[in-house]
Structure formats: C-alpha cells, structure tokens
Ligand binder design. Structure first.
Ligand code: SF4
Length: 112
C-alpha cells in the first residue's frame, strides 16, 4: 500500500472506505517500546527504499521512533537481521550477503 507520501510500503495500512480514517504503521506497531507512529514519519522513513532494493524474505526489520539530531523533530530508525543466518545486517539495502552464496550452491547442486 502507498504511504501518504506516495511510496510503496508493505507496513503501511490505511482504510478510508465507508467513513473510516484508519492509518497505521504495522512495523512500528510491533515495537511496544517505540514512541507512537504518526503519518508524517513516512515522509523521511528509509523503509520503502530499503524494501525496494532488498526484497529478501529472510530480512527482519525492527523500527523505532527517535529524535533527530537537535531533538526538534522525529524520525524512524531501522535495524535488521537475517533470520536465516542470525546475523545483524548493517547495510539493510544489501542484506547479509549469504543468500547469494546459497542460491549459487543450490544452483550447482540442481545442475549436477
Ligand atoms: S513509517 Fe516507514 S515503515 Fe512505517 S508505514 Fe511509514 S514508510 Fe512504512
């Protein structure tokens, strides 16, 4: 679903049908320790761009709302890890890098 700022995000949910005005971020809703989500956070959130370039199903994302550098506004901070190799993923756009090795191994096994 597209966020109010026009980017596709699988965690965004909006329901405007039949008088509803429901909006939520299902990624931040999973983190009970985070401050509450509000729609303007989608404007600078890095998640849509991460998901656009890294569609690995093993990538598990955690997000929280944090203050910006001078504390004047808020932003979404994202961390992630690979569910297959249990590795923290420092570059979320690139992933942990192991699946490419695995895909190659599976290809070689299937090929022989
Ligand atoms: S805050 Fe980020 S993860 Fe949450 S719905 Fe908006 S763009 Fe998606």
């Amino acid at each position: 679903m597209k966020t109010p700022y026009g980017k596709e995000c699988k965690f965004y949910y909006g329901d405007y049908a039949r008088g509803h005005a429901t909006q939520e971020c299902r990624l931040l809703a999973n983190n009970s320790e985070s401050e509450k989500w509000f729609p303007a956070l989608c404007q600078t959130c890095p998640v849509p761009d991460i998901l656009r370039v890294n569609q690995c199903p093993q990538l598990h994302l955690y997000a929280r709302v944090d203050k910006t550098l001078f504390g004047l506004s808020k932003k979404v901070v994202v961390e992630g890890f690979c569910e297959r190799y249990f590795l923290e993923t420092h570059d979320l756009r690139a992933g942990c890098g192991h699946c490419h090795e695995l895909d190659l191994e599976e290809f070689e096994i299937a090929d022989s």
